[in-house]
Design a binder for this molecule. Structure first.
Ligand SMILES: C[S@@+](CC[C@H](N)C(=O)[O-])C[C@H]1O[C@@H](n2cnc3c(N)ncnc32)[C@H](O)[C@@H]1O
Length: 264
């Protein structure tokens, strides 16, 4: 039997991934990724839950999106410890303009205000706004006031229906050519919400991203659907495992085998 030598998988360190960021932003993120206790709004340092963060790759993708699109107004649903906020603030710092808003109903209670302390310690309080509210009322209030955002990051409540409601309300606030990014594509609830958007929201085009855990959509038109519009949507999670495993190569092999049989 032939043994294939396993190639070691090269994974860049957080230090390498974050190296393009300006020093203070990189240090703030590395301190969190390294699990150092963080300052809360009560003046105490708190241990972090290591599971609650976006990855360096995701953060850098968001940061680069804001740099490339020169986004002036950005919004995130779900602040927690403020990892994503630091990436947004870094892009504002580098662009030289912009304002970021975060929404989280339990920031000062459950999260000890750690996310809120990030803009302060980075000297970016003037470029940051915070709403301590559930996403639904917060997004409705933004719409009432005619607010629009160029990049919206959805990373709040991760239940299917909540994510879809967040997207629906966020789509009203998203400026033309603006983007909505959804986190945690590893979760079936998010994948299914994204499957609905892909099939039904033709006013948004999906952006290709090398980061598998996020889905990103750019607004390209008005929502012109009829009142009874509905397109069936299907997510790979819903397919039987045998179909999920099919690759283009195996499909081609299957088609050739059928063609051969039919010639017999
Ligand atoms: C996964 S964490 C966000 C992580 C953050 N984006 C980061 O990169 O550090 C999810 C956050 O969503 C918040 N959240 C939960 N339900 C929400 C809701 N209905 N509206 C807004 N935020 C919500 C939670 O309090 C929590 O802070």
């Amino acid at each position: 039997m032939l043994w294939k030598k396993q190639q070691p998988v090269y994974r860049p360190s957080s230090d390498q991934i974050l190296s393009p960021l300006p020093g203070p932003f990189r240090s703030a993120l590395l301190s969190m990724y390294n699990g150092e206790p963080q300052l809360g709004s009560d003046g105490e340092r708190h241990n972090l839950d290591a599971k609650v963060h976006i990855s360096g790759e995701q953060g850098m993708w968001l940061h680069n999106l804001c740099r490339e699109t020169k986004a002036k107004t950005t919004l995130e649903i779900g602040l927690a410890y403020g990892y994503s906020t630091v990436y947004f603030l870094a892009s504002i710092h580098e662009n030289g303009f912009g304002h970021h808003t975060a929404v989280d109903p339990i920031q000062t209670t459950f999260w000890h205000g750690i996310g809120l302390c990030q803009p302060r310690s980075l000297g970016m309080s003037d470029s940051f706004g915070f709403i301590e509210e559930q996403s639904v009322p917060a997004l409705v209030h933004f719409a009432d006031r005619g607010k629009t955002f160029e990049v919206i990051f959805i990373d709040g409540n991760h239940r299917f229906d909540d994510v879809l409601v967040d997207f629906t309300l966020a789509s009203e606030l998203c400026s033309m050519e603006g983007c909505i990014v959804l986190d945690d594509m590893w979760m079936p609830s998010i994948c299914r919400a994204v499957a609905f958007i892909r099939s039904n929201r033709k006013d948004f085009e999906e952006l290709k991203t090398p980061v598998a855990n996020i889905a990103a959509f750019r607004r390209i038109g008005e929502d012109a659907r009829q009142w009874n519009h509905y397109v069936e949507f299907c997510d790979p999670h819903d397919m039987p495992r045998t179909i999920q495993r099919l690759t283009p190569a195996s499909l081609r092999r299957g088609a050739k085998a059928i063609a051969r049989l039919m010639r017999l």
